[in-house]
Write a protein that binds this ligand. Structure first.
Ligand SMILES: [Zn+2]
Length: 183
């Protein structure tokens, strides 16, 4: 995985890019949860589930179909006041789909471990992006505060945090400008 901090940061930045509206706290908490949820599959290691199997790490929970199921469940459970299938409702589904699948896409930029079963269960091959600048993060917090951990953080800041901050800033400025023109 990329580190959990980076998955969470991506979700928050994604939310800021996605909407200029003031969103309820649960929107932000749920986006963070969605962005780290796929890695709960790492529990499988304890139960002897093979890394490369369907339920193994970076398997089905890292697929687009899983992201879509999670997004629908999140919106149906936590945004009941939204009229089902209204424009806003679909927008929320789309956002939580992107927040969850951002996890797999980030993992596909990492330089270690197995690839991601992005198209499972239709195609269970494990894939990466051709360009993988992000150093893979050790699993578990304990191993994080080491020299390797520092190298991971530096690569994530450079290739994930920095570009996201730039995009959030550009979107923020253009939203303000648009408001200025209207008002
Ligand atoms: Zn992962």
């Amino acid at each position: 995985m990329a580190s959990a901090f980076t998955h969470a940061f991506t979700a928050i930045a994604g939310g800021k890019i996605f909407t200029g509206e003031k969103m309820p706290t649960r929107f932000w908490i749920l986006s963070i949860l969605c962005s780290v949820l796929p890695d709960f599959d790492a529990i499988g290691f304890r139960f002897g589930i093979a890394y490369e199997s369907f339920w193994g790490h970076r398997g089905f929970t890292h697929s687009l179909l899983f992201a879509l199921i999670v997004a629908l469940l999140v919106v149906l459970t936590f945004f009941r006041s939204e009229a089902a299938e209204s424009g806003r409702w679909w927008k929320l589904v789309l956002f939580f789909f992107l927040a969850t699948s951002s996890h797999a896409l980030l993992d596909m930029l990492t330089n270690g471990g197995h690839g991601v079963a992005l198209f499972a269960p239709f195609d269970n091959s494990r894939i990466f992006f051709p360009w993988r600048p992000v150093k893979v993060s050790p699993i578990g917090i304990g191993s994080f505060f080491t020299e390797r951990g520092v190298r991971v953080i530096v690569s994530e800041m450079l290739y994930v945090w920095l570009p996201l901050v730039v995009v959030v800033a550009i979107v923020g400025v253009s939203r303000k400008a648009a408001k200025g023109r209207k008002g």
